[in-house]
Write a protein that binds this ligand. Sequence first.
Ligand code: FAD
Length: 449
Amino acid sequence: GVSVALFTADLRVHDNPVLRAALRDAERVVPLFVVDSGIRRTGFVVPNRAAFLADSLADLDAALRARGGRLVVRAGDVVEETCRVAVETGASVVHIAGGVSRYAARREDRLRAELAQGGRLLRVHDASLTAVPPGTLTPAGKDHFAVFTPYFRRWEGFSVRDVLPAPDAVPVPEVGSAGLPDVKTLLSCPPGPVSPGLPAGGETEGRRRLRSWLAGPLDRYEEQHDDLTADATSRLSPYLHFGCLSPAEALHRVRAHAGPGAHAFVRQLAWRDFHHQVLAARPDAAHHDYRPRHDRWRADAEQIRAWKEGRTGYPVVDAAMRQLRHEGWMPGRARMLAASFLAKTLYVDWRVGARHFLDLLVDGDIANNQLNWQWVAGTGTDTRPNRVLNPLVQARRFDPRGAYAHRWLPELRATDAMHLPDAVRREAGYPSPIVDLAEATARFRRLRG
Ligand code: FAD
């Protein structure tokens, strides 16, 4: 028989439960990716992620061809296209990875119903997009963990499934034309520049980066992951987001490595699973405050623009926002302090900032982006929702010599980027601070207290 492996956020041949199950079920498999018009309509497809996706699909196609198969790419409504391919090839089963967003849940429901009309089955594989499947670990009487530490304790003790080898051969039936269509054209995302420092996508690149990460830099992760000057994090997030790298495999590999840094890094992978299990249980949290509040956000258009363009007058915030534009990526510490500045210091609705991040981040992810924003804004699962990060203190702690600020704000020639004299700012064309920190903090406490 024939089965369909419908790829979503699992663009890899190694450790892919969907591909393995499809091959187990049938003599021939259709490895399918649908450029989904539904996702395009949500505005989620942006130039940076479209470019990374195009790389990743080309790499997946090459990996499948090396195994005697190829990737079949269609464009249109994902449910209609998948059913069409199933009918064309006589497939009796479609396999897909279980998603955590409301969109993914609807997609699964619609697929199941439409396939059933032709007597076909949908099989959903839950241990694919996270190391621990969402919903597996729950506190007594609740459907998800809202606090990270108790979640992490249970998560650490969970026995994650073994890594699945890449298949040796992927026999594909006759289906449609044989070439890989031009994905960038199919995606037809809103025109806009791709960030010049965007990383290359794909499983090959993701695996290469994991190998070199394990071979050295991981050892320094525990001490340096927050250090903006050191730039010492893995940069694996886009590969995990698109599933070029399996989170379960990354976890096993890092644990096997066991050296310094491994524990701190594993903890970050647990944060990823944590946010996914929150969203799976509360899909509304992608758009609505997880912890409801009753006052109004401020919406000062000029301040919002200054934040987006990296002109707030606070060098560490502005450096972060310029790195975002240039690379489509920022280290976690930079995301945290830039987000806190918008949501707590300027008191602007976190959704405004989350949208801007999603417009640019190559790893832009509904679970991780929306729930981290809520965490920082104090509307989410943070157990200290009223703490306000002071950008001067953040700079002193995580960029003490101002090297990070200088890297992204070359116009600032002064050595002490934190305490720029007005004359230096004027000469460099660099703005004065757009907000007074003490007043902003007092305002936050008054509104939220
Ligand atoms: P490392 O420090 O090397 O961590 C390894 C991996 O652990 C990351 O690749 C990531 O998959 C995971 N991870 C680390 N920190 C977190 C976290 N706080 N939450 C969830 N997973 C984590 N991450 C995204 O993947 N996509 C997003 O859209 C995203 N938006 C964010 C928005 C805000 C406001 C904040 C504060 C954080 C956001 N993060 C997001 C989480 C985190 O900042 C990034 O995953 C991380 O900085 C990516 O860099 P790295 O791969 O070098 O991370």
